[in-house]
Design a protein around this ligand. Structure first.
Ligand code: GAR
Length: 208
């Protein structure tokens, strides 16, 4: 049984894609221990509640310093003891000590084909604004292991999506979610749950 914690900051459509895949048997042998958010009003927390899953809000705003928040965040995760932490639209930098503690056990979904439009400052709609500004014809999404950098960890899966004439950041975001994110994130989780992607120190990626 793969025990997961899913971290969200906003709408939580990727969390919903995971929940749907679990319900429909596209993700097996897994359970979500808790959904963690840095934002008390994140709709992702509501989705957790509707699915009967514990929702936990841990906001940097509730701590005097970032260091205190990082410590509380890390301690909370250690107490939950997940096999896998899934960053599903979680817009908080993971403290290095947590990356160490859960080496090779944290994955992230990013809405571009890394190494394009990623790194500091590229999150949410900004990624798609960047893609449209540059005029790329193909974009997509990436699931990768999390390391100490921003969007720099080993890549597990990518899926390309066409940019269309007249796209706005919003329309492109929606297409990348529908055609890539909501597909590859559940797929990777299933591959991990079935032992086809090994997690832990090795970070070897997908063996086909
Ligand atoms: C998703 O597009 C996700 O890929 C992105 O935020 C959105 C969250 O949507 N994540 C990043 O940009 C991380 N760098 P959701 O809350 O509806 O899943």
């Amino acid at each position: 049984m793969l025990n997961m914690v899913v971290c969200v900051s906003g709408g939580g459509t990727n969390l919903q894609a995971i929940l749907d895949a679990m319900k429909e048997g596209r993700i097996q042998d897994s359970r979500i221990l808790a959904v963690v958010s840095n934002n008390a009003s994140a709709y992702g927390l509501k989705r957790a509640e509707m699915a009967g899953i514990d929702g936990i809000c841990l906001s940097p705003k509730d701590y005097d310093t970032r260091e205190e928040f990082n410590q509380a965040f890390c301690e909370k995760m250690k107490r939950l003891k997940p096999d896998l932490i899934v960053l599903a639209g979680f817009l908080v930098n993971i403290p290095p000590r947590m990356v160490k503690e859960f080496a090779g056990r944290i994955i992230n979904i990013h809405p571009s084909l890394i190494p394009s439009f990623c790194g500091t400052g590229f999150y949410g709609l900004k990624v798609h604004e960047g893609a449209l500004r540059r005029g790329v014809k193909i974009t997509g999404a990436t699931v990768h292991f999390v390391d100490e950098g921003t969007d720099t960890g080993p890549i597990l899966c990518q899926k390309a999506v066409e940019v269309k004439e007249g796209d706005t950041p919003e329309s492109l975001q929606r297409r990348v979610m529908e055609e890539a994110e909501w597909i590859i994130l559940p797929q990777v989780i299933q591959e991990i749950a079935q032992g086809r992607i090994r997690i832990g120190e090795e970070q070897e990626g997908l063996k086909r």
